[in-house]
Structures are given as structure tokens and as C-alpha cells.
Design a protein around this ligand. Sequence first.
Ligand code: T1G
Length: 692
Amino acid sequence: MTAEYKVNGAVAVITLNNPPVNGLGHATRSAIVEGMKKALSDNAVKAVVITGAGKAFSGGADIKEFNSPKASAEPSLHTVINVIETSSKPVVAAIHSVAMGGGLELALGCHYRVAAPGAQIALPEVKLGILPGAGGTQRLPRVVGLEMALNMIVSGTPVPSEKLAKTALFNQLAEGDLMEAAVAFANKVADVRPLPKVRDIKIDYPNYEGFLQFSRNTVKAMAGPFPAPLKCVEAVAAAVTMKFDDGIKFERDLFVELVQTTESKALRHAFFGERAATKVPDVPEDTPTRPIKSAAVIGAGTMGGGIAMNFANAGIPVTILEMKQEALDKGLATIRKNYENTMKKGKLTPEKFEQRVGLIKGTLSYEEIGQADIVIEAVFEDIGVKEQVFKKLDEVMKQGAILASNTSTLDVDKIASFTKRPQDVIGLHFFSPANVMKLLEIVRGAKTGKDVLATSLQLSKKIKKTGVVSGVCDGFIGNRMIEQYSRQAGFLLEEGCLPEQVDKAIEKFGFAMGPFRMGDLAGNDIGWYIRKRRYIEKPEVTYSKTADLLCEMGRFGQKTGAGWYDYKPGDRKPYPSQVVNDMIIKHSADLGIERRKISDQEIVERLVYALVNEGANILEEGIAMRASDIDMVYLTGYGFPLFRGGPMFYADTVGLQNVMMSIEKYAKGHQGVAWKPAQLLAKLAAEGKTFN
Ligand code: T1G
């Protein structure tokens, strides 16, 4: 049953019961209508209370039903709300915990609303690329006012119920037992007529044209590639410019338009993708986890410092270990500076500043970290150094401590073999800056214990990261794919492009930063070091030499004041470099390649399909558990445009047959050997299927 019906004296209580968040799926909507029919036909019932069981009043429409017949099957949410609003008996919403989206719209259709303090009130549809589609844009402005409603709908940000206590949204804020208060309120209003309807409230906002025009301009500037925010403004505008029923129809039309857009499907894909990533088929959700009450980090460099901040931000005391006092002092000073900058921006209160800095300690002695529940090493990316560190950790760490490596490419199984407790070893690959980037690749070794993996997934949520599980391979998921992307970027330079053209093309596609600007930011020497290793380990894998020539010129990027681009002191803006462009053109000549004009479309296809093809290999090998995991890696760690849903989702929208045709074309071109189609991609394309 997805809603229970019980009569309490003269009050019928309908309790939504569709775990986990009382999503208003078809069955739930039907149960509400059934409950209302019972209440209206029972003469002993004078009033109705609607509430939600468990952790939400209602989290809104069931997003899982979208783009399926169930979503609009009668009784639609509109019908349910209409049954409530036209009821001959008063209906009171008893709101607690979460009232979002369609859940709030349901409450707005009620005649009265009683809320518990601390309930999260929101119309977050815009975050899914849509807008409130069951009257929210027409009713909310009538109870909280035009400005508050517009802000809530365009931002999708939840507002605690107590902040709305003085508005007409709530008739009462119940300090004690919510249901007691709601039933008492229902008895009190049982005979009050006429029944108050939100739809009948007039919006009083004299110069609404000016406000709406200002809103349009502001929202247009911030919406980027997403159509929903501006449509939200138009829908709310209808609340003041149209009759109620016309406004409802207008809102409905906009909703239907938006729910079909690729941008909305991409956002919904990311919403579910983030949640799916925490599910590991052979690690049940109730797997016991190890308590993480303290942490240690080995290395106070950029990564170590950033990693430590994540723990302090989550209220977990953390000790950073360095070999030399000077390095330790420098690392702690950098952390303090980071927090000071955040505080100066008003994003951290002085109290929080003191609390977080107070949670981070430094030490030069391994003995002092032995009792930590987890230790993460963030030392130099060299297997020899990792071996020394893990042998030492194996000696000093208490039994049951989790031993994690922040390695970005090295073999976690090999690292585990340096210890006598491989079951306690796991990869926790943070992305720089570690205290900012949401992605955390959780690298599961062959012997990693299931409880260690479950604990790491739980920890990723606690430190507000998007945890994605990866198997062990060179580069895991993200870096293994970016390797192919970078190879294509280099080949494009040999064939006719210059760095600026490649960066501009892929940034126009939506990437935060193109490959050459990224290289200059991260340091071109990092890739140089890895390629030198690869030339020995995998001589069959070819690369453009342009990146090596650049490093031989000492142009490592911003940190050396010059990279693919020139930089002016104190200015991070990249300027095309004549020296570098001459080097590239000369290199093409040395290779006997006649440079040609290359379209932006080819640039984008070769960079993005290189990701897709390698992603298909990763999926086929089981390194990633699902395509949406790969998408989450790229959306949260590599600046892939959110409105395109991630490389695998994007390939699905292009059509895998089209991706295959392009790959087959490029396989006939320069360095075509790099374009060996992944078997899974070829298979799915041939079968007309998709990754997701
Ligand atoms: N539909 C379907 N499943 C949902 C859901 C929803 N609305 N909300 C959450 N879930 C699932 C989620 O996938 C996860 O599933 C589980 O619930 C717990 O979620 C007409 C059309 C409510 C604040 O956008 O913001 O109404 O992984 O881990 O941290 O105008 O979920 O366990 O299988 O996030 O406690 C508008 C989206 C819909 C709210 C709870 N509503 N949800 O957070 O749990 S559109 C939203 C949230 C709409 C109307 C329109 C959060 C939460 P699984 P969780 P949480």
C-alpha cells in the first residue's frame, strides 16, 4: 500500500507510505484519491489530514517515472491536487522533514498547512532541468510573495519551514507533536467555510513588470546552456499576468516542453548516477563499516593538505605527517591560508575557522599516527616511495586501520602487497584541489575487504565527495580515459591545429578547460614523467612528440611562467605563444605531414569519442561497474559539461552508430592505430543499443 487511511475521531488521516521519500508515483497518487473518496463519503469524517511516513512528507513526483506513461497516467498529480482543493471538507497538510517539488505542490492544494520546524521546503525541479509542473509556479507566489517564490523556484534551494512561518504558506508551526497539532487544527477548522484556497489569493505586487524584466535579465545571464531557469521566470510571471487556470495551463505546457529536453535528461541522469555510484552489487548496503573517528595523512604537499581539509571540514580530527619540519610548517600554513581566504569571502565563520584549523595537527613521527582509524598517503607518485611508506604504515598502524593510497595511476594491488594486511588497503584518489573537487575515485584492490570498501563509500558521502568505485588498472577510470583524449589532442597539433584552436573548440562544446590550458595549469611535466614510463612499458602506444618537445624547452606551464601558452607575471591569462606554435609547425614538417584545416567538429569528436571508446573498454573489463559511474567521474572530476550528461550519456544522445562511423573514419587517418574500436561499443552500436 503506498498510502494508509485511518480515522482519528472526526478526522481522516491519509499517510503517504512510499519509501524512501514518498515519491508521488502513480500508485501513491491513486491511493491518495482513494483515501479522499473514503473521507468524503464518510459522514463521521469532518476533516482530512495528509502526511508522510518515514523521512519525508514527500520528495515530489517520482522522477523514475519520467518519460514513461506512468508519469501522466491518471490520476495525475494535477488531478490529485484538484480532488483535494475542491473537497467539500477541509484538508490539512502535516509537513515534516522534506516537502519538495510535487510534495510541496500537493500541500499547496490543501486548504491548510501545519509544519514542523526544520522541514526542508523547496521546488527544486529546476535542478532537474524542468520546472514545478503541478501548480507550484502559480500557488507558491500567492502564499510567500512574488520575490521569495521566484528565488525559490529559480534556485531550487530548500528553505527551512521556520523561515516561512510568517508567510501564508503555513497556518501553524507545530513545536510539539506534529500529528497531534495537525489533527487538533483540523478539528478546529472542521466547520469553517468557505474553505480557503491558495488559488483565490491575489498577488499584490504593484511594479511587477519591472521586477520580472530585471529577473529575466539576471536569470538569462546565469542560466548558461540550461533552458529551465528562464522558463521558471516566465511561469512565475504568469501567476501575476494570467488568470489562475490559464497560468496552470501555461505552466503545464512549459513543463512538457522542458521534460523532453536533453539538458533535463542529462541532469536527471546525473541525479541518479550520483546515487547509483554508491551501490556495489557484491557489497550489500548493510555491510558493517569501520568507525572513522580520526584520520592521518602522509605528506603535507598540495594533495596532502587538501585531503586533510576534507576531514577537518567533516569534523574529523586529522594528523598530517611529514619528514621535515619545514615541509610540515609550509603545509600547515597553506591550509590556514586556504581557510582564511574562505573566511574572507564570507563562506566560513570565524568560529568554524578556529574549529577546522583546530582539528588539523602536524607531526614528524609515525608513532603519533598509529591510532588513527584511517591513513591516506599522498606522497610522490613513485612505487619505490609508496613501498617505503606502506611498509612503515604496516608496522605502526593499529589493527583495523584502513591504509589508503592517493595514487593517481599506480597499481593498488602492488601497494597492498607491501603490507601484511592487503584487506585493509584501498585507493582513495582525490583530485586537485582535493578540498574542492567533488570526485573521489575509490580503487578496489583484489584483496580489499568488503567492509573497507563499504566504509570508504560511507566516508565519501561524509566528506561530501562523489565516490566512484574503480577496479585496478593504469589510470583507473578518469586518467585512463584522459590519456586517450590527450593523445588525440597531440595528434591534432601535428595535423594542423594549434593549442588555442583545440582549447576553444572543446570549451565551446562545454568543457571547463581545454587540454592545453589544463596542461599548463596542472603542469606539463606530470604527463611527461608518465609518458617516459610508458615509452618503456608500452612502446607500441604512440604519442605526439609535441608535448615532450615542449617540456624539453622547460615550458611546464603556469608554474614555470610558460607552457603551451605564454603568461605574464601575476596573470593567469594564457597568450598564444609564437615560440610554441613555430615548434609545432616545424614538427609537422619534420614528420612530413602537410598541415590541413581541421574543423571544430572534428576536434570535438576526436577528443570526446576518444573518451567514449576508452570508457567502453573500461566498462567491458569491469573496471567501472556501470556507464553512469564513468559519467559521474567526468562530470565531477574533469569538467565535462553537465548539460551533456557525461561522455557515455552524450554518446547515447549522438547515437552509438554515429559514434562508430566517426571512429571508423578517424581510424583511416593520421595515427589511426589509436582508434581501435572497443568491442562493447561496436556491439551496442550494431544492436542499436545504448550504454545507459
Ligand atoms: N523520485 C524518485 N526517487 C527519488 C526522488 C524522487 N523525487 N527523490 C529521491 N529519490 C530516491 C533517490 O534516488 C535515492 O534512491 C533515495 O530516494 C534516497 O535519496 C510535478 C515533476 C528528497 C532531499 O527534485 O533532493 O516533483 O539510491 O539519497 O539524501 O512539479 O532525495 O536509495 O535507490 O537523495 O535523504 C522534485 C529530489 C521531483 C527532490 C532526500 N523533487 N530528491 O535526500 O536521500 S520533480 C526533487 C532529493 C517534481 C512536480 C515535479 C533528495 C531528498 P536509492 P537520497 P536524502
